[in-house]
Design a protein around this ligand. Structure first.
Ligand SMILES: Nc1ncnc2c1ncn2[C@@H]1O[C@H](COP(=O)(O)OP(=O)(O)OP(=O)(O)O)[C@@H](O)[C@H]1O
Length: 796
C-alpha cells in the first residue's frame, strides 16, 4: 500500500468514526426531541386543565393570571428547547453525509503539541473526552484555513493573537460518508476543489461556498472593525456569496446577542430574495430579513401616491426614442433628483423652512374652520427658533389637539348633535349608551338624570364625528408636505435661490417642473421623486428609525443614489453597513454612489470606512470573462478563474423569424449539451414578452416578470435588469444588435446581461451586432453570420 493510500484509509476510518459518533448523538437527540414535542402537544392539550380560572374576585383574578402565565412560560420554554434541538438535528443530518471539508495541522508557538483541526459546517464535540472532532468553519481557529498555507500562521481570538506554524493543509470532498477527493494544498484553497465547485450546473438557488472561501472573501466575512464596509467587486467575484457567509459568521460569532431578525438585506428585486434564500438554512442559520428599497418606499408612501417602481423607470428609459419630446428633460430630472446636489438643495430648503415658508392644511368640520392654515403658521413661527422643525411640528400637534377639544365642547349644544341623537338607530344608541355608562361610572354620575345622560350622549356623538380630524392631527397630516415639495417646481425663484443662482439651475428645469407637477396632480410619484419626497416629509414630520437592526447589507449598491444610502443610514442608526457593488453594473440612469468612492466614504467618514476590492471572477469561464471584460472601463484588471469552455458565439441573423428559429434551436442544443438553467436575456419587459410569444410555440420557455417570486424550472425569458445578481449555465442574448444596443448608456446593461453566463454565452443579433461586441478583440469570440442560403437554380 502506498503512503498515499495508507493516509487515505486512515482518513476514511476517522470519517467513519466521526459519523458513528454523530449518528449516536443524533439518535439520542431524536428521542429527546420526540419527548419534548409530545410534551408540548400535551401541555397545549391540557393547558386549561392546569389553569385555575376564577374571575369573581380581584384576588382570584390575580391567581388566574399567574396560573395562566406559569403554564405559558413552561410551554414557551419547552418550545424553545424543541426549536434548538431541531436545529441541532438538522446540522447533524448534514454532518453524517459530509462531516468536514478541511484539515489543518497547527503547532502553537512555544508548545510542542501538534493539533489536527477538522473544519465542517458545524462543530461537533466528542462527549467522552470533550474534544472537538469538527470545528465550525466560523470558529476563530478556522480562519487559519482560509488565510494561510503551510508555514508561519496566526489567528485572532478574543484573548489575543495566537501565532504558530501550520504543518499541513488538507482538503476533502466527502459524499454520503465516503471520501471522494483528498489532497494537500498550498496557500489558496485548492483550485481543484474550486474547479469542481464552479464546473457544476447553475442552480435556481444559490449555494454556500464555505469549503472554498478565498482569502480576500474571508476578509469581508470576518470584518468587524468598520461601521461601513464597502466591497467593490467585478461581476461574479463572489460579493453576494461573501455577504451571505458574513451573515452566517456574524450570527455565529455573536450568537448570544444577535438574532437573524436584527439583520436586513436590501436586494435588487423580489426574485433575488428567493434566489439567495436557501444559503443560510443550508448553513444551519435562519434567514435574515430581506426586502427591496421599493418595498420600503411603498410602505411609507404607498397610501398617498401611486409610486412608479425602478423597473417602470427603466422601461421608459430603454424603450423611448431619445428624440421624443420630454425625454431629455426626464433624463436630466432622474440624474439631478438622485444626486448629492439635490440632497443639498433639500437640506437648504428645510433650513429655510425653519424661518419661513411652512405650509399647513386648515382643519375644518361640517364646513366650520377649527384652525386656519394661517393661524397654524403664526403659532408655528412664534415658537422658539432653536427648536428643530420636526419638534415644532409635534408642539403644534399638541396645541391643535387642545384647540380641537375646545372646539368639540362648543359643538355639544349644536342642533346637528340633537338631530343625530334622534336619528340614532337602536344599535348605535345602545353602543353610545354603553359608552356613556362607562364614563358615568368613572365619574360616579347618576343616570336618572336625563339631562346629564343627554349631555354625555352628545359628547360621545361629537367625539365620534371628530375622530377623523383627531387622527389627522395625530398623524401630522395638517402639514402640507405635498405642497411643500411641489413648491420647488411651482416656484422657479425658490429653486434658483436654493441652488445659489440661475446658472446652477439644472437644464430643462421648466419642463422637469411641468412633468413633476403633472404627475403629482394625478397622485403619482416618479421613482426619482419618491426618496427626495420622503426625505422632505421626514425632515418636517420627524424621522422614522429602526433601532433594532444591527447590520444592514445593501447588495447591488451601485444602483442606489447617494440619497437612498443616506436614507438607509438614518433609518438604521444602530446598524453597521455592508455595501456590495460593481460600478460596471450600474444600470440605472441616476448618479451611482459607486461612481466615485468619495460620497460613499463620506457617509460614515473615512475613519469608520473600509474598502475591499475583489478582482477575481469566479462565475464565468475564462473565455466569457476575456470577451466581456473589454466592454467596461477598467475591465482589464478582472482576472478570470482558470476554467475553460467554449468561446462566446456572436450570431447575426437577417430577421425576426430567423432569430426565433435560431434561438429555439440553440436552446435545444444547449439542453442536449446538459445545461439545465438557460436564460434568454432581453433588453426590456416589452421585448421579453414579444420573445416569449414568438418562442413559446417552438420550445418550452417561461416568462419572468417583475412580479415573479421564484424561478421555475427550465428556460427563462427575462429582462436584463431582473437577471441582476443571478446566474445561469447558458445565456442567450436575445437581440444584441447595434439597433437595440447602440447607445453608450446601455453599455452596463449589456455587460450585466452577458456576465450572467457561467459556461456558455451566445449573443444573437438581427443585422449588425452592437458596437459593444464589435469593438472586442476578434480572437475573443466566434462570429457567425447566417446569410440566406444561395438559390441553387441561380446562375453561379
Ligand atoms: N470562493 C468561492 N468558492 C466557490 N464558488 C464561488 C466562490 N466565490 C464565488 N463563487 C461562485 O461564483 C458565482 C458568483 O458569485 P456571486 O453571485 O456571489 O458574485 P457577485 O460578485 O455577487 O456577482 P454579480 O455582481 O455579477 O451579481 C456563484 O456561483 C458563486 O457560488
Amino acid at each position: 500500500m502506498s503512503m498515499k493510500e495508507a493516509e487515505w484509509q486512515q482518513e476514511q476510518s476517522r470519517v467513519d468514526e466521526v459519523i458513528q459518533k454523530v449518528a449516536l448523538q443524533m439518535d439520542e437527540l431524536e428521542k429527546r426531541t420526540g419527548n419534548v414535542r409530545s410534551d408540548v402537544v400535551e401541555i397545549r392539550k391540557h393547558f386549561w386543565d392546569e389553569v385555575t380560572i376564577n374571575f369573581s374576585h380581584a384576588e382570584d383574578l390575580t391567581e388566574t393570571y399567574f396560573s395562566m402565565k406559569q403554564q405559558a412560560d413552561v410551554m414557551s420554554e419547552r418550545e424553545r428547547s424543541h426549536r434548538h434541538a431541531s436545529a441541532t438535528l438538522g446540522k447533524y443530518r448534514r454532518l453524517v453525509q459530509s462531516p468536514y471539508f478541511g484539515r489543518i495541522d497547527f503547532v502553537e508557538e512555544n508548545t510542542e503539541k501538534k493539533e489536527s483541526i477538522y473544519l465542517g459546517i458545524a462543530s461537533f464535540m466528542d462527549e467522552e473526552n470533550d474534544t472537538f472532532l469538527i470545528y465550525d468553519w466560523r470558529a476563530p481557529v478556522s480562519s487559519l484555513y482560509y488565510d494561510y498555507g503551510p508555514g508561519a500562521a496566526q489567528y485572532d481570538t478574543p484573548g489575543g493573537i495566537i501565532k504558530g506554524e501550520m504543518l499541513l493543509k488538507r482538503q476533502f470532498v466527502i459524499r454520503d460518508g465516503q471520501i471522494k477527493l483528498l489532497f494537500d494544498t498550498g496557500i489558496t484553497i485548492g483550485d481543484e476543489l474550486l474547479q469542481q465547485a464552479l464546473s457544476r450546473s447553475a442552480d435556481s438557488q444559490m449555494r454556500s461556498i464555505v469549503a472554498t472561501i478565498q482569502k480576500e472573501q474571508n476578509q469581508i466575512i470576518r470584518n468587524e472593525r468598520s461601521r461601513m464596509l464597502i466591497v467593490q467587486g467585478a461581476a461574479g467575484s463572489g460579493k453576494t456569496s461573501a455577504a451571505l457567509q458574513r451573515v452566517a459568521y456574524l450570527l455565529y460569532k455573536n450568537r448570544e446577542t444577535l438574532r437573524a431578525d436584527q439583520m436586513v438585506l436590501f436586494s435588487p428585486n423580489p426574485l433575488f430574495n428567493s434566489y439567495v434564500s436557501t444559503v443560510l438554512p443550508e448553513l444551519g442559520e435562519e434567514n435574515m430579513e430581506q426586502t427591496t428599497f421599493q418595498e420600503y418606499l411603498e410602505n411609507r408612501l404607498g397610501k398617498e401616491f401611486e409610486l412608479e417602481d425602478p423597473f417602470e423607470q427603466m422601461e421608459y428609459i430603454l424603450s423611448t426614442d431619445p428624440h421624443t419630446e420630454g425625454y431629455a428633460a426626464r433624463m436630466e430630472s432622474i440624474r439631478y433628483k438622485s444626486s448629492a446636489a439635490y440632497l443639498e438643495t433639500l437640506r437648504k430648503y428645510t433650513e429655510r423652512l425653519e424661518t419661513e415658508g411652512m405650509l399647513f392644511k386648515p382643519l375644518a368640520f361640517r364646513g366650520k374652520e377649527i384652525v386656519s392654515a394661517e393661524a397654524m403658521k403664526v403659532r408655528f413661527y412664534a415658537m422658539d427658533a432653536q427648536v428643530k422643525l420636526a419638534n415644532r411640528v409635534v408642539l403644534l400637534r399638541d396645541w391643535l389637539l387642545t384647540e380641537l377639544s375646545a372646539f368639540a365642547k362648543k359643538e355639544w349644544n349644536e342642533a346637528w348633535v340633537e338631530e343625530e341623537m334622534e336619528l340614532l338607530s337602536q344599535e348605535d344608541y345602545q353602543r353610545a349608551y354603553q359608552k356613556v355608562r362607562k364614563q358615568g361610572r368613572n365619574k360616579e354620575m347618576s343616570f336618572d338624570d336625563f339631562n346629564m345622560e343627554k349631555e354625555l350622549l352628545a359628547r360621545v356623538i361629537v367625539r365620534e364625528r371628530l375622530k377623523p380630524v383627531r387622527s389627522r392631527i395625530k398623524s401630522l397630516r395638517f402639514v402640507d408636505v405635498t405642497k411643500l415639495y411641489r413648491q420647488l417646481f411651482d416656484n422657479p425663484h425658490l429653486l434658483t435661490e436654493l441652488v445659489g443662482g440661475s446658472d446652477l439651475v439644472p437644464a430643462y428645469w421648466s419642463e422637469i417642473s411641468r412633468q413633476t407637477t403633472e404627475r403629482m396632480d394625478k397622485k403619482e410619484l416618479s421613482y426619482e421623486d419618491s426618496t427626495p419626497y420622503l426625505y422632505l416629509k421626514e425632515q418636517v414630520q420627524g424621522f422614522q428609525m429602526n433601532t433594532n437592526v444591527r447590520h444592514v447589507f445593501v447588495d447591488e449598491a451601485q444602483d442606489y443614489s447617494p440619497f437612498q444610502l443616506e436614507f438607509l443610514k438614518r433609518l438604521f442608526p444602530r446598524g453597521r453597513m455592508t455595501a456590495l457593488g460593481d460600478l460596471n453594473q450600474a444600470i440605472f440612469a441616476h448618479t451611482s454612489v459607486f461612481g466615485e468612492e468619495e460620497p460613499l466614504v463620506q457617509l460614515f467618514g473615512s475613519e469608520q470606512t473600509e474598502l475591499i476590492r475583489l478582482t477575481r471572477s469566479y462565475r464565468s469561464t475564462r473565455e466569457i470573462v476575456e470577451f466581456t471584460r473589454g466592454m467596461v472601463p477598467g475591465g482589464e484588471s478582472i482576472i478570470p478563474f482558470n476554467r475553460g469552455g467554449e468561446k462566446p458565439q456572436v450570431i447575426s441573423v437577417m430577421n425576426e423569424d430567423e432569430l426565433h428559429e435560431q434561438v429555439a434551436m440553440h436552446i435545444e442544443e444547449l439542453q442536449a449539451d446538459g445545461y439545465e438553467s438557460i436564460a434568454v436575456i432581453c433588453k426590456t419587459a416589452a421585448e421579453s414578452r414579444a420573445a416569449y410569444e414568438a418562442l413559446a410555440s417552438r420550445t418550452p420557455v417561461n416568462l419572468v416578470k417583475k412580479e415573479t417570486a421564484a424561478f421555475s424550472k427550465g428556460t427563462q425569458i427575462i429582462p436584463a435588469y431582473l437577471a441582476k445578481g443571478v446566474e445561469f449555465d447558458a445565456v442567450i442574448l436575445y437581440n444584441g444588435s447595434q439597433h437595440q444596443y447602440g447607445r453608450e448608456n446601455e453599455r452596463k446593461l449589456f455587460y450585466t446581461a452577458c456576465t450572467r453566463a457561467m459556461h456558455s454565452l451566445r449573443v444573437f443579433s438581427i443585422g449588425e451586432p452592437s458596437f459593444f461586441v464589435t469593438t472586442q478583440p476578434q480572437e475573443t469570440y466566434v462570429p457567425i453570420a447566417l446569410v440566406p442560403e444561395a438559390d441553387p437554380a441561380a446562375p453561379r
